[in-house]
Ligand binder design. Structure first.
Ligand SMILES: [Zn+2]
Length: 235
């Protein structure tokens, strides 16, 4: 049995209260998607700092995270302090996660906005995708993965995730409201899609771990509605 290393969305209590975050009921289709109201200003430079970790861990982040800037009008600046926008920890016991887009600005100074419980190209690109406002592919408003919920509960309630039922419901089965997101067509290769073993679905749907940005990821991050390299952001 492989260990399923999956990221989880950090959802602010405010959003849980208002129900503005994922709503359970609709079906999910894997697509590239952004949470619109959480996008950073076009052309912004995000200051990124490490709260802990060693030189090798920092190097992996420095090497891969700026890949997004090749395709999007947004920059990363690695700093030592200067009130960083993005604050990264490397706690191996806390999984991997990031707050989504502008939510990072609401986290108290000194608290992490991202944890990288393991470090490789895939997880760095994935978590920075969240930082830029991307959501999980399988939480898109339309389409439908037919989940084998028993299998998902069983696998994700154990190590290394140890999620409780509410966390699994929020991260696997809940989807976003249609008017919350900008999305594209199905993209099985997106960095924002979990590796979904076929045992987790009832209809044979499955996907492999994606370690690099897909063609659609690259195109979509630079879409006029998101972070176009030229011209203003479309409304
Ligand atoms: Zn994620």
């Amino acid at each position: 049995m492989p260990a399923y290393k999956v990221c989880f969305d950090r959802i602010l209590p405010r959003d849980l209260r208002t129900g503005a975050e994922p709503v359970a009921n609709a079906q999910a289709t894997p697509r590239a998607a952004f949470e619109r109201r959480k996008l950073w200003p076009l052309g912004a430079t995000l200051r990124v700092a490490f709260l802990d970790g060693d030189a090798q861990q920092h190097e992996i982040v420095r090497r891969y995270a700026p890949t997004w800037s090749k395709y999007a009008n947004i920059k990363l600046d690695f700093v030592n302090n200067q009130n960083p926008d993005i604050r990264i920890t490397f706690d191996p016991n806390d999984g991997s996660w990031s707050y989504i887009g502008l939510d990072c600005k609401t986290i108290p100074r000194g608290m992490p906005t991202m944890n990288l419980g393991w470090q490789d190209e895939g997880v760095v690109l994935h978590e920075f995708g969240h930082t830029l406002g991307m959501i999980h592919e399988h939480q898109n408003p339309t389409g439908g993965i037919k989940w084998n919920k028993e299998a998902v509960y069983r696998d994700l309630s154990g190590p290394p995730n140890n999620w409780d039922k509410a966390t699994i419901d929020n991260n696997m089965f809940a989807v976003y409201a249609r008017d919350q997101v900008n999305s594209t067509r199905v993209d099985k290769l997106s960095i924002m899609l979990y590796a979904i073993p076929k045992e987790w679905t009832l209809d044979g749907f499955n996907s492999k771990p994606n370690e690099a940005l897909s063609t659609t990821d690259k195109k979509f991050i630079g879409d006029p509605r998101n972070y176009p390299l030229t011209g203003p952001r479309a409304q």
